[in-house]
Design a protein around this ligand. Sequence first.
Ligand code: ADP
Length: 290
Amino acid sequence: MADIDEGELRKEVDEVLHGTKRNQGPQVFEQNGRSDIKHVMGVISGKGGVGKSFVTGILAVELARRGARVGILDADITGPSIPRMLGLSGVHATGEDEMLVPVTTKGAIKVMSANLVLESETDPVLWRGPVVANAIEQFYSETIWGDIDYLLVDMPPGTSDVALTVFQSLPIEGVVIVSSPQDLVQMVVGKAVNMANMMRVPILGLVENMAYLTCPHCGEKIEPYGPSRLAETAESFGISPLGQLPIDPALAAACDQGTIEDVLPEGLLPDAVQTIIQVSELMDAALGRG
Ligand code: ADP
């Protein structure tokens, strides 16, 4: 595992608590009395299809395996893929006292997603921006989350107005940026970095998905997009590299079949998981929370 620069993390936490990086949206969604969400972390990407939801799923599974109480708020309303990869296809969220109850996976991860409230998961979501924002508010403020250590938010892809609303309205303590190797070249990462900076949300670091593949016959590592540029890209934006994931047909199949909780190897993305835990601990210590 790479060394995580604790000084850098402390600086980020300080900025959140004491000034420049405080979330200052015009409209902040409130928690309800039946939820105690300790930390909200976002997963973002400069564009769709790079594996943002997959990384959200991995982080949730890894945190849950370490004993944390984890929720996923699927704010990718028009492309919700979280329920399917966690085996919740065809499952519907229920209601209680005019609030929503998230669906719990077999690995004890609580999930709220547009696909859990639609009649059928193949229904297209043809909602305009304000309706989408409304849904996200409901998924946060009008959902009975119970006690949650980490609520991971699978953010809308790109830099749309919906993405901005989510940034401004949820108390996000940090974001993990996901990219694929081509994006590193195309500076799509820059868009995500700039959005987080403009929204004054600390960036925990960068995960490079689909970085390489391993030949099933000879085990050779193949880099279809050329050598990784994770380290140099992260450095150029002054953010931390948080690890790579290979292109793995077995993982793609697990996403389709809803078996990632069973199939994901132990210990994926250790630096990203560790950074989320460390930032949260620093927040708790700074705020005097136990
Ligand atoms: P995004 O949230 O960025 O739109 P998803 O996480 O939904 O992207 O991933 C898009 C598709 O790519 C999914 O079908 C997923 O199964 C597949 N996928 C993502 N990452 C990998 C990977 N590292 N190996 C194999 N398939 C992947």
